[in-house]
Design a protein around this ligand. Structure first.
Ligand SMILES: Cc1ncc(COP(=O)(O)O)c(C=O)c1O
Length: 415
């Protein structure tokens, strides 16, 4: 992944044509052409994904996996297509290793509860890092409380890079799970997850990777990484909200009991005992967000047509452009200066509170995120209240960055 992101290859893709396929971007906000730089929180959907969801609702909707009637079978095929496409997209060995969830948060909670309840006990340790999203902290705290396990944290340096020596020192016989973010949503740091996985595996410790900010921006190959679990969300990669993926190795998933019960996840139910359905359905209780799954299948096709390696290269290009421009602004400090970075730029403007900066930028039609970005421990580590964050997607362009730079200068003059 790092190699991919570092590539300086200029692609021949017509990025403006791709941008034109996103209807949200073609509007004015507060009287100005929208500059959308909050892609880390949620990205936008291209017209063809919106159309696909619309067509599903217009002509194909029925409940899935349950009916023998034509419409139900059509809906099931459309919904299951995302699983097939995703298997190929992240190179999972088996289709049933792709578990549908409602997003990264749901995926991590699933592993914490289903793996943790069975395998953690008093005195065990769960190793996470200092730059985790709350979604990769709180589920582990909940299972730690339930089982008597404790949480250890890999520290980072002032650039926002994990201290790998400390990581090695923290791994012990007590460690029962390592769960680390692939790309930090606040700092942009790309963590050396391949090395982390390899090191943990040498001690027979399973690893979960929070890939919420990695899958949308790079080529992720779960077999090459050898991740045991890998979690991400559709809405951060031009797909619908309420939908996500948990990849898990089949042998691990097979041994984990479900933690949500209901329809679809069962084999046989009596009042005395229930047996579980096979993977992946064992973890997919109840009627799922069908139209989101159908739309996500279209998203995957869309991204594959552009090529994730091209997306990664374009975003690197925009990251370099934006970093250079922002660094020229006096009084602006970038938080998160790791050598290996994705297209996320958190910044501070001296005494101007990030929320005030974000509010003024919004008046100029520029959408950035402000606050702690669901990573309060990072803000504590840097002793800051929060940051303003511009998170860049392949459909952004140099003009968006120039507008951001002008907007920031305006904010500075305003205060
Ligand atoms: C790194 C990371 N992990 C987890 C999440 C949670 O994702 P979701 O809210 O889609 O479950 C996010 C969302 O911002 C994230 O950036």
């Amino acid at each position: 992944m790092q190699e991919t992101l570092k590539t300086e290859t200029k692609t021949n893709i017509d990025w403006e044509t791709i941008r034109s396929q996103f209807p949200v971007l073609q509007q004015e906000v507060n009287g100005q052409k929208l500059v959308y730089l909050d892609n880390g929180a949620s990205s936008q959907m291209p017209q063809r994904v919106i159309d696909r969801i619309n067509a599903y609702h217009s002509k194909e909707h029925a409940n899935v996996h349950r009916g023998i009637h034509t419409l139900s079978q059509k809906a099931t095929d459309a919904y299951e297509l995302a699983r097939k496409r995703m298997q190929k997209f992240i190179n999972a060995r088996h289709e049933e290793e792709i578990i549908y969830t409602t997003g990264t948060t749901d995926s991590i909670n699933l592993v914490a509860q289903c793996y943790g309840r069975k395998n953690f006990k008093e005195g065990d340790e769960i190793l996470i890092s200092a730059m985790e999203h709350h979604a990769n902290i709180v589920p582990w705290q909940l299972i730690a409380e339930q089982t008597g396990a404790t949480i250890k944290v890999i520290p980072m340096n002032d650039n926002g890079e994990l201290l790998m020596d400390e990581f090695h020192n923290l791994l012990s016989k007590k460690t029962k799970m390592v769960s680390v973010v692939h790309v930090s949503n606040s700092l942009g740091t790309i963590n050396p997850v391949e090395e982390i996985i390899k090191t943990a595996h040498a001690k027979d410790i399973p690893v979960l990777i929070d890939g919420a900010q990695a899958v949308p921006h790079s080529v992720v190959d779960v077999q090459k990484l050898d991740a045991d679990f890998y979690a991400f969300s559709a809405h951060k990669m031009c797909g619908p909200t309420g939908f996500g993926i948990l990849y898990g190795k089949r042998e691990l998933l097979n041994e984990m009991p479900p933690y949500r019960g209901g329809g679809d996840m069962i084999d046989k139910v009596t009042f005395e005992k229930t047996t579980w359905n096979d993977l992946p359905h064992k973890f997919e209780a109840g009627t799922p967000p069908i139209s989101a799954g159908v739309g996500f299948a279209e998203t995957i096709a869309f991204l594959e047509e552009i090529g994730m390696e091209n997306i990664a290269a374009r975003e690197q290009e925009l990251l370099v452009y934006a970093t250079n421009k922002l660094n020229e602004i006096e009084g602006l400090r970038i938080v998160g200066t790791a050598e290996n970075k994705a297209s996320v730029i958190s910044f501070l403007l001296k005494d101007i509170h990030p929320t005030d900066a974000g509010t003024i930028l919004d008046q100029k039609g520029i959408a950035v995120r402000t606050g702690h970005h669901c990573t309060q421990p990072i803000m504590d580590r840097f002793e800051i209240p929060g940051t303003a964050r511009a998170s860049i997607s392949f459909y952004n362009n140099e003009e968006d960055i120039d507008r951001l730079v002008d907007g920031i200068k305006y904010v500075q003059e305003f205060f």
